[in-house]
Design a protein around this ligand. Sequence first.
Ligand SMILES: *[C@@H]1O[C@H](CO)[C@@H](O)[C@H](O)[C@H]1NC(C)=O
Ligand SMILES: *[C@@H]1O[C@H](CO)[C@@H](O)[C@H](O)[C@H]1NC(C)=O
Ligand SMILES: *[C@@H]1O[C@H](CO)[C@@H](O)[C@H](O)[C@H]1NC(C)=O
Ligand SMILES: *[C@@H]1O[C@H](CO)[C@@H](O)[C@H](O)[C@H]1NC(C)=O
Ligand SMILES: *[C@@H]1O[C@H](CO)[C@@H](O)[C@H](O)[C@H]1NC(C)=O
Ligand SMILES: *[C@@H]1O[C@H](CO)[C@@H](O)[C@H](O)[C@H]1NC(C)=O
Length: 450
Amino acid sequence: MPPPPLTPLFLLLVLITTTAVSAAAATTQDSDLESDCTNKWIHIRHLPPEFNLDLLKNCSEYPVFDNFCPYIPNHGLGHKTHNSSHSWYRTDPFMLELIFHRRILEYPCLTPDPVLADAVFLPYYAGIDSLKYLFGPEVNSSFLHGLDLYQYLTNSENTPSIWDRHHGHDHFLVMARPAWDFSQPVSNDPPVFGTSFLELPEFFNVTALTFEARAYPWQEQAVPYPTSFHPPNLAFLDSWMNRVRRSRRSTLMVFAGGGGISANPNVRRSIRLECENITNSVNANETGYSNLCEFVDCSNGVCEHDPIRFMKPMLQSSFCLQPPGDTPTRRSTFDGMLAGCVPVFFEELSARRQYTWHLPEEEYGEFSVFIAKEDVVGKGVKILDVLMNIPRAEIRRKREKVMEMLPRIMYRKHGSSLGLRSKKDAFDIAIEGTLQRIKSRTQQFAALRK
Ligand SMILES: *[C@@H]1O[C@H](CO)[C@@H](O)[C@H](O)[C@H]1NC(C)=O
Ligand SMILES: *[C@@H]1O[C@H](CO)[C@@H](O)[C@H](O)[C@H]1NC(C)=O
Ligand SMILES: *[C@@H]1O[C@H](CO)[C@@H](O)[C@H](O)[C@H]1NC(C)=O
Ligand SMILES: *[C@@H]1O[C@H](CO)[C@@H](O)[C@H](O)[C@H]1NC(C)=O
Ligand SMILES: *[C@@H]1O[C@H](CO)[C@@H](O)[C@H](O)[C@H]1NC(C)=O
Ligand SMILES: *[C@@H]1O[C@H](CO)[C@@H](O)[C@H](O)[C@H]1NC(C)=O
């Protein structure tokens, strides 16, 4: 068994502690900021390390899941893809809890005083803590997930007044997995996959940021999966955007993912079959593309921490197919958009009904293509026919729109330049959305009490 990654963990500890202090100092120095921070103050609830940093010590102890020690460095961004890389990391999306924790330490409107705060952030690594229930020794007590946190928050020795002020309505946290993984009814016996965190009455009032929300969510809001791109300044972002803009799109459509090999009809299987058939039959020469369909086989997780495998084909393709996988959403939606590849969705739950803060619902027609999966699987609609019928000029317009939204869906590097900070990224938009949501919740709650 590899030893725990003491060095990264130690660095993380030191940085998290020192940054918190300097961020707090910065807020009190700058008096202009005070007014800009109206309705935006956030208090970071102090939690003992058992709820965050201690959980990283077990990173090699989940063989069924993965050894996630390699993905912890750089505050959850992972290792750089190459030593000379400035913006590209081997990022594992499940590390968003760490990434978010680091980023919130440089949020300009932090307050040490919970009474002044408009929202209270819980730096709890909920998804990482859930591993012991999902894949570990506590699989049969998954209904307990979160109860120790609740006990801490409301314990008479730990300033329970912070929770009581709004009965948790002003609290939020990141849970870097689909909400399904936390939505098992408490009474399920024997338990099926998933914990009951989001089903516990104790947490009904808390806002959870997840990668995927249920169809009728009350507590959770979906936020983008992190990609491998985390630029430290505006120059690196601009040079990437230029590369995307200049890239020759010689492939019509690409699918990067696993699956599609089952015998049962489903949209991934249709895509695979269609892709294989095209390659053998249609003459690509007449279409202006040298390749009509590319299938990047990402089975067995081979692509996950190796962005070159899929970013290159995505850069060279006009359309990126984003069928549902085990659940409706996929990280690849954001990788593709980062490459200026127009997303093709097959169900509304894949993005439109999810990322409402980051990708406004009314704009999907401008930047994406929708083909109902039922039409592909059941009615013989060919994806190729639909996409070939979209005029080049329209593809260009869609790509421009994708690129316009690109800064909103990426997570820039912590400690990035002021120039880059002036553009809102996925973190900034998640915070804005959370503050608004909490405001309306606490107002409703206050009105009820009158
Ligand atoms: C990359 O950096 C690491 C640590 O700084 C070093 O050990 C390694 O040799 C470097 N690799 C290359 C290819 O330069
Ligand atoms: C995590 O580490 C603690 C302390 O070393 C241990 O008690 C616990 O069983 C570990 N959990 C898992 C899931 O390995
Ligand atoms: C969980 O419960 C099932 C039966 O309900 C049992 O077969 C299994 O061994 C238990 N797992 C653990 C880790 O206790
Ligand atoms: C959640 O809020 C409601 C009021 O909206 C309150 O009655 C309830 O006690 C709160 N739940 C918890 C666990 O604090
Ligand atoms: C693939 O091609 C074969 C033979 O031309 C045809 O029978 C089949 O329906 C095609 N499948 C798809 C999914 O297009
Ligand atoms: C496709 O075009 C290339 C050159 O543009 C030509 O050499 C090749 O024969 C063409 N292939 C077919 C099948 O027409």
